[in-house]
Every structure is written in C-alpha cells, then in structure tokens.
Write a protein that binds this ligand. Structure first.
Ligand code: ACK
Length: 437
C-alpha cells in the first residue's frame, strides 16, 4: 500500500443547521458570514474574514484592521520593484521598542483617483486580518500623509517564481516539499478563515532568507485586472487561465476548492523550478486540453507521490479535490518519511510492462551520433574528456554528472537528461530482447 492509498482526503461539507446559527448571529457576525461564498464558521468564536467592501467607508475598514504608522518611523532605502499602484521599496521600520526591522514598502503614486486609493488600501484591510507564519505580515499603513503606503515584512528572496528560476536545480526534494508545505499551511489558514485567494500562483508567493514561503498579493483577489497573467474570458471576467480551475473559468465559481486547483499548479511550478505551466500553449488550448482530460505531466525529477497529489488537486469534480488540511498532513507525512519521495516518475516510466511499450527510437552507435541527433554536439568533447566514451556509460549519468562535465545552461542540461532517459529505456528494451531470444 502506498502512502497515498493510506491517506484519506476528507470531505468537509457544511451541516444542515446553518440557517439557525445564522439567524442567531449578531449583525457584525452576519457581515462576516455573508461574504464567504456561503461558508459559515462552524463554531462561534472562530475568526473569519470580513470583506472590506462591506464597509461603506473603506478608510474605516483600513483603520479597523491596520495600524497607522508615523512616517518618522520609516526609512526608505531603495526601490526594489514596480507594483500596480506605484513603486515597491525596501527599508527599515523603527518599532515602538526602538528596534529596527527590515520592511517592504508599497507606495501609491501621486495623481491617483479615490477609486485607486480604495483599491490600494483594500490589500492592507485584507492582510491586516491575518496572522500566520505563511501569510505575509502587515506592519501597518500610512494614510495621514503622502505618499500613502503599505508596510509589510521584508522577504529577502522576493517572488517564488523568479527565485526558483534563478536557482534552477539547487534544492533538495525535501527543501522543495518544505516550501510547498508552508504554502499549503498558509492556504489552510486562509480557507479556515473563509477567504478565497483566486490568484494563487508562484509569482504571488514571497520567500524569505530561511526559504519560508508566504502567500501574498491579496489586493488582486478581487481586482484580477492587476495580474499580468489574467486574461479576459468569454463571460467578461479577467482570470489567470493557467492557474484557474475549470469551473472558475467557465462560471466564476471561485472557492477554496478552486484555490486547491491553483495550489496543484504551484506545486508543478515549484517542482519544475519556475517553468511556465503548459509552456507556450495558448490560453484557449489550455482550456480545451483540460476539458479533454489532459493534465500537466510530472516535471523532471519529480517524486511520484507529489505528481499524484497534483493530479488530485486537478480533479474536474471540485468536491473530489483535497482540502488544504489534507494537503498539509500529506506533505508532513512525506517529510517525516523521506524514502517515500525516492520513487521518481521517470523511474516507473522507465519500467515498461512489456518491451513493446517503448517507442521505437533510432539506435545510436556513438556519442557523437547521439549528441548530433539532439543538436548538442558542441558537448562531445566534454563527454569524452570526462570518460563517458560509450552510450552504456552515458545512461548511468545523473543531472549532477551532466552539470559536472561542464553543461552549464539549464535548457541544455534538460535536453540531455531527457534524452538519456530515452536511451536508458532503449537499452532496457535491447537487454530484454537479448534475454528472451
Ligand atoms: O521578485 P521580486 O524581487 O519580489 O520583485 C517583486 C517586486 O517587489 C514587485 O512586486 C518585490 N516584493 C514585493 N513584496 C516584497 C516583500 N514583502 N519583500 C521583498 N520583496 C518584495 C517582489
């Protein structure tokens, strides 16, 4: 039995007496309940998310959930990026105990209209309600002087997608699973609060110096117009197609279950070190392929257990997808039992049931022929100099070996390793045939 068989994904359906509980709620609680896609806190006293749009005056919402910071406590150091509303800077915040902490400061550029100020501060009103190690922490806001600012904890490694692309192949599987576990834990917290993110993607996760991943970009959860990945759908909404569950694309049914779909895509982004989901396929092709049952294959070097979990998140029927609480405990099990991560997808693909299942690739005689066929002949001398003189010896090479002989470009490493896997399969077929003759 595998870990996955052993594992039960529970179905957290609501009970029938919710209408009664709701009727008994005080008006403030009603407001909390009303805006959670029909999700009502099962027990009174559990903290739930309040949609800032339910406040007539957005400034009131911001002051309810965010502390006003006096600008004298902020020291801006440098610009680190451009946000939708203005520059993002790094700097220092002097805390009341006089200790200085590093912060990121989002600014609202001058010349804004009231609507932009409201949208900008909306993110702070949302973030200020959360308190979790895997959710970006709001330090406070500046609304009483100009420029208007949102001050959040500083995340040394920036966005997860670019961070992974910069460090392609550099982490152990356990480190990657640790990152995924953190994101799932943050998402469990959000879904328990009744908050639906709607734009969960590696670009919206930030990474600190300890590799802790935190969910961010809450302003976008309603105003998807701000996400460069978001495209217009036939129903008029703007949606990041590659990350979004089919029911959310088709009829805007966003829920924690559609966040679970996006989480599966984030898993794929992490395991492929920031590869673009569905590569260069068009959005329309992605939608059609998903409808026909196509799902992203496992990235190179991906443990079977993780690809299985991705496929679970991409179930068409949203109630069949795992809840975040299940994802967290599943990943915890994998981390506690690292040997469960040793079986890679290519290992089981490399063991065909019958040799006839192996595609018929031409058999290469020399290293030169083989490298020519994959347009990598410039590395012929690297292989030979390192003692890889026969195709037999090449089939034993790992990605690390390929790196060590001097193939530094990631794309070339990938092309070579993927072809080595095919060679391995061919060799296996030849050996099988040899034994049976
Ligand atoms: O990928 P990056 O370096 O990480 O570039 C973007 C840029 O600002 C525009 O969003 C970076 N950024 C955003 N929030 C933070 C933060 N809290 N800490 C550090 N960098 C941040 C982001």
């Amino acid at each position: 039995m595998t870990l996955l068989d052993d594992y039960r994904f529970t179905d957290g359906r609501a009970t029938g007496c919710q209408w009664y509980i709701k009727a008994k709620m005080k008006s403030d609680d009603k407001r909390r309940a009303q805006y959670q896609n029909g999700h009502v806190a099962p027990f009174p006293g559990i903290k739930t998310y309040i949609d800032p749009d339910t406040y007539e005056d957005p400034t009131q919402a911001v002051h309810e959930f965010a502390k006003e910071i006096d600008t004298s406590r902020i020291r801006i150091e440098r610009v680190i990026g451009a946000g939708e509303f203005g520059e993002v800077c790094s700097g220092r915040l002097r805390t009341p105990g006089k200790k200085e902490i590093p912060v990121a400061i989002k600014t609202l550029k001058g010349g804004y209209v009231e609507r932009q100020r409201k949208d900008f501060l909306r993110e702070a009103s949302i973030m200020g309600q959360f308190d979790h190690p895997n959710i970006i922490r709001l330090e406070g806001v500046v609304t009483k002087s100009r420029p208007v600012m949102i001050v959040v904890e500083y995340m040394e490694n920036g966005s997860l997608d670019s961070f992974l692309r910069k460090h392609d192949g550099h982490f152990t599987i356990i480190q990657l699973v640790g990152m995924l576990r953190g994101i799932a834990s943050g998402m469990k917290y959000l879904s328990d609060m009744g908050y639906v993110h709607r734009d969960l993607a590696a670009r919206n996760i930030l990474v600190n110096s300890n590799l802790v991943c935190k969910v961010s970009d809450f302003g976008l959860s309603r105003v998807l117009e701000d996400d460069p990945e978001a495209a217009y759908t036939t129903t008029g909404g703007k949606i990041p197609i590659r990350w979004t569950a089919p029911e959310a694309i088709a009829f805007r049914k966003f829920s924690s279950a559609s966040d679970a779909w996006s989480y599966g895509i984030v898993m794929w982004e992490v395991m492929s070190y920031g590869e673009r989901p569905y590569w260069e396929m068009s959005n329309q092709d992605v939608i059609l392929s998903i409808e026909e049952g196509y799902r992203l294959p496992a990235p190179m070097g991906c443990p079977v257990a993780l690809h299985q979990l991705m496929l679970h998140c991409w179930q068409k029927e949203r109630n069949h997808r795992p809840k975040f609480t299940d994802v967290v405990s599943f990943l915890d099990k994998l981390i506690r039992n690292p040997s469960s991560l040793l079986t890679l997808v290519e290992d089981i693909q490399g063991l065909p049931e019958s040799p006839g299942d192996v595609p018929d690739y031409p058999m290469f005689i020399s290293i030169g022929d083989w490298l020519d066929s994959i347009k990598m002949s410039q590395y012929k001398n690297n292989f030979l100099a390192a003692g890889f003189t026969t195709l037999d010896s090449v089939t034993t090479m790992s990605i690390e070996d390929v790196r060590q002989i001097g193939v530094t470009l990631i794309g070339h490493q990938r092309r070579i390793v993927s072809s080595i896997q095919t060679l391995r399969l061919q060799l296996f077929q030849v050996q099988e045939k040899g034994f049976h003759v």
